[in-house]
Design a protein around this ligand. Structure first.
Ligand SMILES: Cc1ncc(COP(=O)(O)O)c(C=O)c1O
Length: 394
């Protein structure tokens, strides 16, 4: 059996990490892997998380199994964080999952149960797992235009035109904020129009929110998802705690499933419990306990919000510095989008050849589509990237 398995190409990001490690040059820069780095280049454990971890160590008296869909306190705290205090709590079923990826997977599994013939609409471009996970589960995948490569904004007209082909019950994957890989988000008015369109097409939104707090603020970044929740009868939300709590390896995420009537939420909850059981039984617990403590304890919460604000400020500072360095070198405003984008990523519009040339000449590693992780930069290395982009003719 094992002999007959097809050879799979290595994951692009994992390959890039290895190539970066193998590069013997001292002056090199990893802008590929999607983790936050502070000014000293490390991915820190957030102070509030470290304190919560210490408290947990002191107070936790057992490691016996917990709930099949995780702890209710975690799931409820996450509903409040993502959908706000006015969320329709009685219509929401939820399940903890291994990271945002696990939550998306469980969301797609739920679609498989309820609407097996649904097509899954994925933004083009998007985080590659969206397409691959939907295809892996046997769904037909459709793409909708998302990015205007000319102006480096969301291509809202193209998006609406493509989404007018959505059929009743199809699922549309949306990025809640800080779009990966482009960095271009929808504005408030566009979210409002999108809600109308999804309602008209009777589509189900699956909102992937993995960077809440990295854009404009915790509430601001949830504007779109909260608006959809207030308008649509049904919706799925996959929220990741990996980035905004800095607990990547703890695998912490949650799937929220909002049904049309409160009377249905119980059976949705039953299906989510069943699906967790079939895939992994109990979800990871450690990270979700830390998140609950941080969200529920006033002192830890303020500390965490302050740390998130530091991350946002750092990303904004790096963005505006890069935009201005590029402006100085080119005398043109065409890189103004770098300062406008939100979150960790921006798509620079580089061809694979340009990406390779930048890697060879400057030791700067970015993903093949020209996605730059702004958090991989520092005040010292921004000029290096600006030089490289200009020299590659971007
Ligand atoms: C858009 C998006 N969704 C989901 C995830 C999943 O994150 P995790 O599974 O690590 O929580 C990521 C991680 O890179 C992402 O960029």
């Amino acid at each position: 059996m094992l002999n007959s398995l097809p050879k799979r190409p290595p994951d692009k990001i994992i390959k890039l990490i290895q190539e970066f490690r193998d590069d013997p040059r001292d002056r090199k820069l990893d802008l590929g892997v999607g983790v936050y780095r502070d000014a000293s280049g490390i991915t820190p454990i957030m102070r509030a998380v470290k304190t919560a971890e210490k408290r947990l160590w002191e107070t936790e008296s057992t490691k016996t199994y917990t709930g099949m869909v995780g702890e209710a306190a975690f799931r409820h705290a996450m509903v409040r964080l993502v959908l706000g205090r006015n969320a329709p709590f009685d219509r929401i079923a939820s399940a903890s999952a291994p990271g945002g990826t696990g939550a998306i997977h469980q969301g797609l599994e739920l679609v498989k149960e309820g609407s097996p013939n649904a097509r899954i609409w994925v933004p083009d471009p998007s985080w590659p797992n969206h397409r691959s996970m939907a295809a892996h589960l046997g769904f037909d995948v459709e793409f909708y235009r998302y990015f205007d490569f000319e102006n480096r904004n969301a291509d809202f007209d193209g998006m609406c035109e493509d989404l007018s082909g959505v059929s009743r019950g199809d699922v549309v994957i949306l990025h809640g904020c800080c779009h990966n890989p482009t960095g271009a988000d929808l504005n408030r008015g566009q979210w409002f129009k999108l809600a109308d369109l999804l309602l008209e097409r009777e589509a189900v939104a699956l909102v992937d929110i993995a960077y809440q707090g990295f854009g404009d603020g915790l509430d601001e970044d949830a504007t779109g998802v909260r608006h959809l929740a207030s308008r649509l009868p049904e919706m799925l939300v996959a929220a990741s705690c990996s980035k905004n709590f800095g607990i990547y390896r703890e695998r912490t995420g949650v799937l929220l499933a909002m049904s049309e009537q409160a009377s249905v939420a119980g059976s949705v909850q039953g299906t989510l419990t069943h699906l967790n059981r079939q895939n992994f039984s109990f979800p990871p617990d450690h990270g979700s306990r830390l998140v609950t403590m941080v969200l529920e304890d006033g002192e830890l919460r303020s500390e965490w919000e302050a740390e998130l604000a530091e991350i946002r400020d750092n990303l904004r500072m790096l963005r505006s510095m890069l935009a201005s360095e590029l402006h100085q070198r080119t005398g043109s405003d065409r890189f103004g989008f770098v300062a406008e984008h939100r979150g960790m990523f921006s798509l620079m519009g580089a061809s694979p050849e340009q990406v390779n040339a930048i890697r060879e000449k400057f030791g700067i590693y970015m993903v093949g589509d020209g996605r730059v992780n702004v958090a991989g930069l520092s005040k010292d290395t921004v000029p290096m990237l600006a030089d490289a982009l200009v020299s590659a003719g971007i």
